[in-house]
Ligand binder design. Structure first.
Ligand code: NAD
Length: 343
């Protein structure tokens, strides 16, 4: 069988560190084209991967015969570019947060269904080995009834990550739509939905801009959440963990406490009620820090879902539900009250 022809739209940090590298390593994929608005950036990328360079995604979609694309663009472009590609008959892997509104997310889902194409959202936290193991332990009843959790994702801010540094779109509301909460918080909303295997029904939030001066989006957010069955917890997202990244999650249950990505050596630690502890060394989480890059499994999973015609783990509906938690938090801030998701 001939290789899957792939294009990557946006050649910034996430494309360079993960999508391009992981497609290039996949034996059944050929990167045929890349696109970025910055000409020097796209030319350099095209040279590395022996692909064709475009500065306009519309032109790329018109000129090339592509099976699948990755959307690695600022948040406000996720929906329009994904929908354009789906309508051209491409499968789409779109970065998170899926879209900037519920309506956009629904349009993306509709476009995937009407064109019979896969739509996957890049919530890589689900593929982290410690997270997968925790989900299994919870599912098997090993932890008993889950009572509560606390989860956080923070680092020093996107100026240390984005291709455009302090000038990045991450800091501009018209392009990013939200700050740390949409960049990092949405990952944890998705992770907790996955671990607990149920939906959040209530959310309250404090969302602040306290650390950065060059932005009109949030850089610190704390959410309180409640699931349908009554599990309660907190979710924090921050661009102001100035000294060190924190990407940890703790789950408190009837029989045990799970500590995820909290210990530098043991990515999962289980403390049982009877005093025993089990320490799992399961390999690291993807991190922005030097040497923190491990495979995300996102690209492999996306390619497999196309080749095997199976539904990706994080399809459009899943991406939308995780986005809705963040949108609910914004509603809570607006109304200064707890937002009921099922309203
Ligand atoms: N899954 C993850 O863990 C993870 C991590 C980081 C970023 N992301 C997501 O990936 C996406 C991209 O983020 P990034 O960190 O690569 O940002 P970045 O700033 O490093 O790169 C964005 C790129 O998009 C290009 N661009 C902007 N407008 C364009 C247009 N109209 N046409 C073509 N190119 C255009 C820019 O020139 C830039 O090269 C974001 O949605 C972000 O939330 C996901």
């Amino acid at each position: 069988m001939s290789k899957l022809h792939v294009a990557v739209i946006g050649c910034g940090s996430i494309a360079r560190h993960r999508h391009l590298v992981e497609y290039a390593n996949h034996p059944e994929v050929k990167i045929v084209a890349v696109c970025d608005a910055v000409e020097s950036r796209v030319k350099e990328t095209a040279e590395i991967y022996n692909a064709k360079a475009y500065t306009s995604y519309e032109e790329l979609l018109t000129m090339e015969k592509i099976d699948a694309i990755s959307v690695c663009l600022p948040n406000y472009l996720h929906a329009p570019v994904s929908i354009a590609a789906l309508n051209k008959g491409c499968h789409v892997l779109c970065e998170k947060p899926m879209a900037t509104s519920r309506e956009e997310a629904e349009e993306m889902i509709k476009a995937a269904a009407s064109n019979n194409k896969k739509l996957m959202i890049g919530h890589n936290q689900r593929f982290v080995p410690s997270h997968q193991k925790a989900r299994k332990l919870i599912e098997q009843g090993e932890i008993g009834k889950i009572y509560s959790f606390r989860t956080t994702f923070g680092h020093g801010g996107p100026e240390g990550w984005s291709a455009d540094g302090t000038d990045s779109w991450f800091f501009k509301k018209d392009q990013a739509f939200i700050g740390a909460m949409g960049d990092l918080g949405v990952h944890k909303a998705d992770l907790l939905r996955y671990l607990l295997n149920e939906e959040f029904v209530q959310v309250g939030a404090f969302v602040e801009t306290s650390a950065k001066e060059n932005t009109n989006v949030d850089d610190n957010a704390t959410l309180i959440l409640k699931t349908k069955s009554g599990v309660i917890g907190t979710l924090a997202a921050s661009w102001a963990y100035t000294a060190k990244e924190d990407n940890s999650t703790i789950i408190y249950g009837e029989n045990a406490t799970l500590r995820l990505e909290d210990d530098p050596q043991y990515s999962l630690v289980v403390h049982y009620k009877n005093g025993e502890s089990v320490y799992y060394e399961l390999g690291g989480i993807q991190s922005n820090a030097e040497g923190g890059q491990t495979t995300t499994h996102v690209i492999d999973h996306f390619v497999e879902s196309i080749l095997k015609d199976s539904e990706p783990l994080i399809d459009g509906e899943e991406g939308k539900k995780s986005l809705e938690v963040i949108l609910g938090a914004l509603e809570s801030v607006k109304s200064n009250s707890i937002y009921h998701m099922e309203k």
